[in-house]
Design a protein around this ligand. Structure first.
Ligand code: GLN
Length: 462
């Protein structure tokens, strides 16, 4: 109830698209009964959580922040949502986002921009002399609603999605913990795809310890997502006796990127110094292909978007145009009316990159660069480095009016400069088993006999 009241009080943030009040109260009551009887399901029983509006939720609207899916209600839950519900966690609602998760500000969805809760903090207002009504700062994106929900204390955890930084970016700008799990660790089943080879469900919490618990619960092989890897699904606690003196922290020199603000640079050095004074080994490392990663990301992203968005044709899902003098006219006008200019732009670019005469030059070349970027990470991690310490964003949260100025559009694509290399690289180069059902459907376990057929091979990019 406290969280629901807070949602009402913080409506001006525009963090939620749908608030599931009735359902939340019902789930909370059930959980309360379990707690009273002393039989909680686990550590998340009764914990309020929010879900980005691109995860399918049974009988609850899932809009992707787009006119195309404005009235779409899925008949099933995404695996990660189901896992939280199975743990007794209480769904508060679906959170606001950039249309189809394309963006870095949560300013581009049809439900309007998300405001950063810290815009209303007295310390910010007195320091900057800003007025909260005109000078509020963006939440970051595209999972800005989820980050704002956790930062404004209306939920204790939230699901975001991360294709090029969309969980980490708003997490950083709203001052909460945001985790992009390794590709394949969490199921993507029910997450409406942006870039299948890079999408991962992201976790936003108030503390790292909470993120570890949630990660433990959500991870694991899913028969409905053939790219998931087997890992035990159970709450994980951070080790209490963790000794920082045993780790080696790498500082990639290429991350001193153009546009990096003095403030962020100072924080970056400060954290490196903290590690050093706590006894960790801190050393400079090189990831030489980093500067090419953002271009590579955009070529691959647009190519997959062009293919992914083909499903929205006005027949199966969501919006259908009234202009239907022919099937072709219906397709065209549905897509013109249903998508914003960012989505349409990416579909057009993607189709251009995939044209027969351009395919080698753009798509194949980007795949090759992708391998080089993955090799950079592999080399550094096999040289004894345990973690890389990098900034998340170039600067702190921009004021809304500044961020949305036309000539600043390029800035919004540059926003991902530090985050997308992890998605591009896949960060996984382990030999693992791929399951097959009796030689028929790939990525599945035979449902009747439970037998799995495994083929071992090396996968690099997820
Ligand atoms: N800002 C990036 C983009 O627009 C990241 C998107 C994401 O991670 N969903 O593509």
């Amino acid at each position: 109830r406290k969280c629901l009241n807070r949602i009402k009080k913080t409506q001006h943030l525009n963090a939620y698209i749908t608030v599931t009040e009735e359902l939340s109260l019902k789930q909370a009551e059930q959980s309360e009964t379990r707690l009273r009887q002393g039989v909680p399901i686990g550590p998340l029983d009764g914990i309020p959580f929010a879900v980005k509006d691109n995860f399918s939720t049974r009988n609850i609207k899932t809009t992707c922040g787009s006119r195309m899916l404005k009235d779409y209600t899925p008949p099933y839950n995404a695996t990660v949502v189901q896992k939280l519900l199975d743990q007794g966690a209480v769904l508060m609602g679906k959170t606001n986002m950039d249309e189809f998760a394309m963006g870095s500000g949560s300013t581009d969805g049809i439900f309007g921009p998300v405001r950063n809760p810290w815009s209303y903090a007295t310390s910010y207002l007195t320091q900057s002399g800003a007025s909260p009504d005109s000078d509020w700062v963006i939440s970051g994106g595209s999972s800005g609603g989820s980050a704002a929900a956790v930062a404004s204390l209306t939920s204790y955890l939230a699901l975001g999605s991360d294709t090029g930084g969309s969980t980490r970016n708003p997490g950083a700008l709203c001052g909460v913990v945001a985790l992009k799990p390794t590709y394949g660790l969490l199921s993507r089943h029910g997450l409406i795809p942006l870039v299948n080879s890079m999408d991962v469900p992201g976790i936003i919490t108030r503390s790292a310890a909470d993120a570890a618990i949630v990660l433990g619960i959500l991870q694991g092989f899913d028969v409905k997502d053939s790219t998931t890897v087997p890992s035990p699904s159970s709450p994980q606690e951070l080790p209490e006796d963790f000794d920082v003196r045993n780790i080696c922290v790498g500082i990639p020199k290429e991350y001193h990127a153009p546009g990096l603000s003095q403030d962020i640079l100072a924080q970056w050095s400060r954290v490196a110094d903290l590690f050093e004074s706590a006894g960790a080994r801190v050393k400079q490392v090189s990831l030489p292909h980093t500067p090419y990663s953002i271009v590579c990301y955009h070529v691959l992203c647009c190519a997959e978007v062009a293919s992914n968005m083909a499903r929205f044709d006005g027949l199966e899902y969501g919006h259908r145009s009234e202009m239907n003098s022919s099937t072709e006219v219906m397709y065209t006008s549905t897509r013109h009316e249903g998508f914003n200019d960012v989505v349409r732009g990416r579909i057009l670019s993607g189709n251009y990159f995939l044209l027969k005469q351009n395919y080698q030059h753009y798509f194949v070349k980007a795949q090759k660069v992708r391998r080089l970027i993955a090799d950079d990470f592999r080399r550094v991690f096999s040289s004894g480095v345990d973690v890389l310490l990098t900034p998340t964003t170039l600067a702190d949260a921009a004021r809304y009016h500044h961020f949305t100025q036309e000539d600043n559009r390029t800035r919004s694509t540059q926003e991902d400069v530090f985050t997308q290399p992890a998605n591009v690289a896949g960060m996984r180069n382990k030999t693992f088993k791929r399951f097959q059902t009796c030689g028929r459907t790939r990525g599945d376990v035979h449902r009747k006999c439970g037998r799995v057929q495994g083929r071992t091979y090396t996968r690099q990019y997820g």
